[in-house]
Structures are given as structure tokens and as C-alpha cells.
Write a protein that binds this ligand. Structure first.
Ligand code: ARG
Ligand code: ASP
Length: 707
């Protein structure tokens, strides 16, 4: 009887672990230990060593952090890198002029000489990862204050990084995982000569824009192509015309055989930030307090931007980017609230906590260690609520008002005076001023000030009754909203510009708002936050101990992770079921001639009419996007989607609306990542752009025996 019970427990446990097979952003160097068996049982045909191996080329050697904000992958032996259109967009925009409008028309280098350099852009490879937890926590004791602990850990980390074995051209850094319960060292190689090779027109690369963003069905060819250049020794080197295409340790093979529903997939990349281990009360705050506040500020900001962009073509162009940026998170948070609500995330957390408490209470040692943990968190988060809300309003509002960001930049230059690299800082400041004023309209900014500040919560702002008057007072009394004059002054007499800040009325108002926040909110916020950090760390440790049967993955922190799942449609809501892939037919269905978001280039329409898909089409149709249950987040954009054998089948770029709460609570029934099918990427490069020479660099394979 006892052994049957034991068997049942084991069975239940393994089912429980498998049930959440799709959830998790796993550490590549722990795959063999934690995931390999499960991955194979789900269909993976390669080994964990093929994915991560420090002694031989493995898939991880083809993956790069692209500019620190996205992911890219190497797809040829000559350093060709693929990432998203929205990840490479800045580069495309910087090279665009009215005569060469690469955003509108796309850009394709027909030989290496035509590739375009991008100062500031870099890609980073991970050479190896090591667990350095013991050394990082050396001398740390349980009774230390949070600030003391942090100081001790910081010092340990400096020592670890300095002692790390690496080549002179490599870097070492250490990051905290599991809320500071573990620390891993990363040895990296960063290449800074990254050239633009090609990008489709925005009508393909950003087809559907904000309306389709975070949505399925999707029809976006969200990709762009770069090339890594290295010194003659293949090592990282600053830009030089003498640099040569980088020869990678590994480049991805590309499958032409496409995908079928239920196929195993994995996504390899650099997810930015998740918070999967919050207590129920924190999730409730996000859904009911923080997200709604942030949504409200952005809603107002978007309405203001929109009112100008609608009636003024110039403003529309200038603010298109900013609008997309504001709208992106706004839309995501709305989906997040919806998803948390629909999937009863709160209820699930509460049940999980009840089970946690039950197990803790049944074990005397745990009870003394963790018995009050949930109650203490409840208290701390309750204290956090008004402060967190004030923080969100503060950040959201001050970030939207561009004059404020200008002040910050000027302040920074002022504070850098006398430093050795001051000349550089000043030069960069002048460049950034140029960019700033190219896309800045004082009338818009003033309206944002007037419209958003009434939402601000603070004693000082609460006194104000006439926001229009306040805005007038400020914007009529600053010279900094005058681009021409400010730029001229930055050139002729930068000191005078820095000086002018001191007498600027707008700056005075800004300082008042900041001082108010810094004295009335920030100190209390930091105190509670430090307590919460400590509690979350203990809670994390406790969960790992108490739920021994469960494999835990650390929250995303912009480090290299692998996630796996399967190609799969989903049921979005009652009676609405989505297929797993989309076709070019859908692009044509959405086509609105001349539209800002849904125009389709003539050439693409022609290819559609002729069904001229080459080897990339399937049964007379051209696949465009597909979805799967891989657990991804911001930063995973540009990540490769790989098949069971590690071949490239797609490029990750988004998630579905109903599942954006996966950053807080993953639900396999509706969380889906969106990828552009690699065959669509190749079709656009080859058939649309006529850049077949790039295809010749790649290794195309037929893992399913297709032709
Ligand atoms: N939602 C995706 C992400 O979070 C894509 C954003 C870029 N596309 C856009 N239309 N704004 O980054
Ligand atoms: N679009 C996101 C990115 O740019 C990916 C996501 O949030 O799913 O990284």
C-alpha cells in the first residue's frame, strides 16, 4: 500500500513537472542536469552538449546579444547576423535620408563594400558561464543589513571578475540569479564593428505596426541582416576599413522544410526581465494598481501625440518612433492585466501559497525559518503600494516630457566638466542634441506637460490648479525649446549653455518636481524595496527547498537562456480558435492601399499574383509567421527559433495579446511567442530584394527530407 502511494506521488510529481513543460527560461549550462531528458522526451533530437559546450563549438556560439537590447544569430561562415527589423531599426533610420529613404524602401548591400557602419552598435558572444555563488557570498551573513550585504557582494564580485581566467580581449561580469541566492560569472567577447547588410521596407518589416503589435494572426516580416567584422586575427577590433568578415565558431543551419503543428521548438536568446516568483499580493498590485496607472498616463500621452500627428505630416514623421515606443508597453500592460484576470493568476498564486504554508508549517525547521514569510511580505507590499504608485506616476510622466530628458543630458555634461573624457562627452552631447531637435516640437511637449502633470501625485503638484498656465509659464520662459539657438550655443559656447540652466524657469520647475519626489517618496521607497528584496530572496530560497520536486528557473535578467515548447495554435476566448501559422494571403487580405500601417509594396503583390515563391513556398502558398508555446519576453526579439535538430526555422519577435502576462505568470494554454517563418525571410531576401548572393552564404538543409 505504502509503495503504491509512493509510486502515485512520484507519478503525480513527474506529471506536475511535465504539465508546465513549456514554462521556463533555462540556463544553457544547466540543461544537461535539469532539462535534457525532458527536452528529448518532447522531441529534441540533439543533446544538451550540442547546445552548450565550452570545449567545442556549440549552438550557443552562434547566438549574440544584439546591442544589449535584442538577440541575434550568426547564419553564415562570414559573420552574417540575423535579428528583427525593430532591433536593427535604429541603424536603418540613422542611414536614411530623404534621398535614400531606407525605412520606406528597404536597403540591400549588393557586396561587402556597400555594407554600412554603425558606430555604437555591438554584438556580444558568451564564451562560458560558471557558478561562482560561493565566492560571491563569501563573508555574507544572515544578520547583515541589506546595504551591508550588497556592499560585501559587490566587493566579492569585483574580485571574482578580476580573477576570472580570460583572454585580454574578453570581458568578465557576474550577475545575481534567483533574487541573489546564486551568482554566475560570464566570460564574453564583444565585437563593435557591426555593419548593416539589409532590411526590408517598413511595409514588410513592420507590417501592421501598432494595430497588429502584440497580436495574432500576424503578417510581419520583422527581420534585418547585419555582418560582424573582426580584425585580421578574427578578434574584436574597432571599426576599420581593413577589418574582415568574422569567422564564427558556429553558424546556424537553416531548415527549408518548415514546421508542423506540435513540432518541438526552442528559442535561444537574451530575455530581459521577468518576475515569476512574486507573492499573490504583488501580482494583485500589478493588475489593480501599477499597470492601470501606467496605462492611464500612456493613454493620455498617446491621445495627445495622436491629436498632433493626425493633423501635421511633419509631426507624424518626427514622432512615429516615440509613438510606437509609448504604445508598445501601453498595449502590453493592457494585455497583461487581461491575461492575469482571465487565467485567475491571483487565485493560482494563492493556492500555491497555501500549499507552501502547509508544507512549511509541517516542518519545525522550515516553520521557524519561513513560517512568517508570507505574512511579512503581505505587510511589506502593503507598505509599498502607495510608494510604488507614486514611483510609477513619476517615472511615466517625467519620461514623457522631453524637456526633462534634455535637462538630464545637460546636467550630465555639466557634471562631467573637468573629467578626462570631457571632450568626448561634449561631442556626443552635441550629436544627441542634433537628434533631439530633429524630432522635437515644443508645442507637443508643452501639451504633454499640461496634460500629464495633473495625473502626478505629490504635495507640490497637488497645489497647482491651473496646469495650462503653469505650462505657459514654463514653455514661454525657456530658451531650451528653441533648437536652433540651443544648437548654436552648444557649438559656440557650451559653458554658457550649461550656465543657462541655472536661470531657466523650466529647469527650476523640473527641479522642484524632482526634489519633491526625492525627499517625499524615494527614501521611503528605497527602504521598503530593500526589505522586499530581502524577503523575496528568502522566499525564493524557501520555494526551492519546499517544492523539491519542482525544477526552478531564475527570472530573466538579460542573460543567455533557452526556452522550449511546441508549435501550437490556441483558443483565445470563447469560440475563437487560432491556427498556428499565417500565409502571404493574409498580408493581401489586410492590404489597404496607401495606408500608414497596412500598405503592401507593389513588388510583393506581384510576387503574390504570380505565386513566385521559389523553393520557399509550400503547396503554392507562402508561409509568413507562426506561433509556439516558448516562454519568451522582451529582449528575446531576434532570437532564433530552432527545430528539434537545432536548425533555424524562424525568428522570434513578439507574443500574443492574451498571453503577455507570461512575464508574471505563464499559462501554457494561451501563452504563445510569435515568430516570422525563416522561409518568408529567405523569400524576401531572395525574391523580393534580389539579394540571392546572401542566400548562397547560408547553409540550407532539409531535416524532414523535403526538396
Ligand atoms: N511587441 C514587440 C516587442 O515588444 C514588438 C515591438 C516592435 N513593433 C512595434 N510595432 N512597435 O518588442
Ligand atoms: N517584442 C519583444 C522584444 O522586442 C519580445 C516580446 O516581448 O515578446 O524583445
Amino acid at each position: 500500500m505504502k509503495s503504491i502511494k509512493h509510486l502515485l506521488v512520484v507519478l503525480f510529481v513527474s506529471i506536475a513537472t511535465l504539465a508546465s513543460a513549456d514554462e521556463g527560461m533555462w540556463l544553457p549550462f544547466l540543461l544537461e542536469k535539469l532539462n535534457e531528458k525532458q527536452m528529448k522526451s518532447l522531441g529534441m533530437k540533439i543533446s544538451a552538449k550540442d547546445i552548450y559546450n565550452i570545449n567545442a563549438g556549440s549552438l550557443k556560439d552562434a547566438i549574440v546579444s544584439f546591442g544589449g537590447f535584442c538577440t541575434g544569430e550568426v547564419i553564415s561562415s562570414k559573420g552574417l547576423v540575423l535579428t528583427n527589423h525593430h532591433c536593427g531599426f535604429d541603424a536603418v533610420q540613422n542611414h536614411s535620408t530623404l534621398d535614400h529613404n531606407y525605412i520606406r524602401d528597404g536597403f540591400w548591400a549588393m557586396n561587402n563594400g556597400q555594407e554600412l557602419t554603425n558606430p555604437g552598435l555591438y554584438v556580444t558572444f558568451i564564451v562560458r558561464i560558471e557558478d561562482v555563488t560561493k565566492a560571491a557570498l563569501n563573508g555574507v551573513t544572515a544578520d547583515m543589513k541589506e546595504s551591508e550585504r550588497q556592499a560585501a557582494v559587490d566587493q566579492n564580485i569585483r574580485n571574482i571578475n578580476a580573477a576570472a581566467k580570460k583572454e585580454s580581449y574578453q570581458k568578465a561580469f557576474t550577475r545575481a540569479f534567483f533574487e541573489g541566492n546564486q551568482y554566475f560569472l560570464f566570460i564574453t567577447e564583444t565585437y563593435t564593428d557591426v555593419r548593416l547588410v539589409g532590411a526590408p521596407p517598413a511595409a514588410i518589416g513592420n507590417f501592421g505596426q501598432d494595430t497588429d503589435n502584440w497580436m495574432w494572426p500576424r503578417h510581419t516580416g520583422d527581420f534585418s541582416v547585419f555582418r560582424i567584422y573582426a580584425g585580421k586575427d578574427n578578434k574584436p577590433a574597432d571599426y576599420s576599413p581593413d577589418n574582415v568578415p568574422y569567422v564564427p565558431k558556429k553558424s546556424l543551419n537553416i531548415s527549408l522544410d518548415g514546421i508542423a503543428e506540435k513540432d518541438f521548438t526552442m528559442v535561444f536568446g537574451f530575455p530581459g526581465k521577468t518576475t515569476e516568483y512574486l507573492p499573490a499580493i504583488a501580482v494583485k498590485q500589478i493588475a489593480e494598481v501599477n499597470d492601470p496607472a501606467k496605462i492611464a498616463v500612456r493613454e493620455k500621452a498617446l491621445a495627445i501625440l495622436n491629436s498632433f500627428m493626425r493633423k501635421d505630416e511633419k509631426i507624424k514623421i518626427e514622432y512615429a518612433d516615440k509613438y510606437a515606443l509609448v504604445s508598445n508597453s501601453w498595449k502590453k500592460w493592457k494585455g497583461e492585466v487581461l491575461g492575469l484576470t482571465r487565467t485567475d493568476a491571483l487565485d493560482r498564486k494563492k493556492k500555491y501559497e497555501a500549499e507552501f504554508q502547509k508544507r512549511v508549517d509541517a516542518n519545525p525547521q522550515w516553520k521557524s525559518q519561513y513560517g512568517n514569510l508570507l505574512t511579512e511580505m503581505q505587510a511589506a507590499y502593503t507598505e509599498l503600494e502607495p510608494l510604488g504608485l507614486a514611483r510609477d506616476y513619476h517615472t511615466e510622466i517625467t519620461n514623457r516630457i522631453e524637456l526633462f530628458s534634455l535637462f538630464n543630458r545637460i546636467k550630465y555634461v555639466q557634471q562631467s566638466r573637468g573629467k578626462p573624457d570631457y571632450d568626448n562627452i561634449l561631442a556626443r552631447f552635441r550629436d544627441s542634441l542634433n537628434q533631439f531637435y530633429n524630432e522635437y516640437e515644443p508645442v507637443v511637449d508643452k501639451k504633454l506637460f499640461e496634460g500629464l502633470l495633473p495625473l502626478y501625485i505629490s504635495p507640490r503638484v497637488k497645489e497647482v490648479t491651473d496646469f495650462a498656465k503653469w505650462a505657459n509659464d514654463i514653455y514661454d520662459n525657456t530658451d531650451l525649446d528653441n533648437g536652433k539657438a540651443t544648437l548654436a550655443l552648444a557649438q559656440s559656447d557650451p559653458d554658457a549653455l550649461l550656465q543657462s540652466l541655472e536661470t531657466d524657469k523650466a529647469y527650476a520647475a523640473y527641479q522642484e518636481i524632482i526634489a519633491d519626489y526625492n525627499t517625499n517618496i524615494l527614501p521611503r521607497l528605497n527602504t521598503v524595496q530593500a526589505r522586499i528584496n530581502q524577503l523575496q530572496r528568502t522566499y525564493m530560497q524557501a520555494q526551492i527547498e519546499v517544492f523539491k520536486e519542482k525544477a526552478f528557473y531564475p527570472d530573466a535578467n538579460s542573460t543567455l537562456r533557452i526556452t522550449y515548447g511546441k508549435v501550437n495554435g490556441y483558443t483565445a476566448r470563447d469560440a475563437v480558435k487560432y491556427d498556428f501559422n499565417s500565409y502571404l494571403d493574409g498580408v493581401i487580405e489586410k492590404y489597404i492601399p496607401g495606408d500608414y500601417e497596412f500598405d503592401v509594396p507593389q513588388k510583393l503583390r506581384d510576387l503574390y499574383v504570380k505565386k513566385d515563391y521559389g523553393v520557399y513556398g509550400k503547396n503554392g502558398r507562402m508561409p509568413v509567421c507562426f506561433i509556439a508555446s516558448n516562454h519568451t519576453t522582451g529582449g528575446n526579439s531576434g532570437s532564433p527559433a530552432l527545430d528539434a535538430s537545432g536548425n533555424l526555422i524562424g525568428l522570434n519577435f513578439d507574443r500574443v495579446w492574451e498571453g503577455t502576462m507570461s512575464d508574471i505568470s505563464y499559462d501554457p494554454s494561451i501563452c504563445r511567442n510569435i515568430m516570422v517563418d525563416i522561409r518568408y525571410v529567405l523569400f524576401i531576401i531572395d525574391k523580393y530584394a534580389g539579394a540571392g548572393h546572401l542566400i548562397k552564404e547560408m547553409k540550407l538543409v532539409h531535416p524532414k527530407g523535403g526538396r
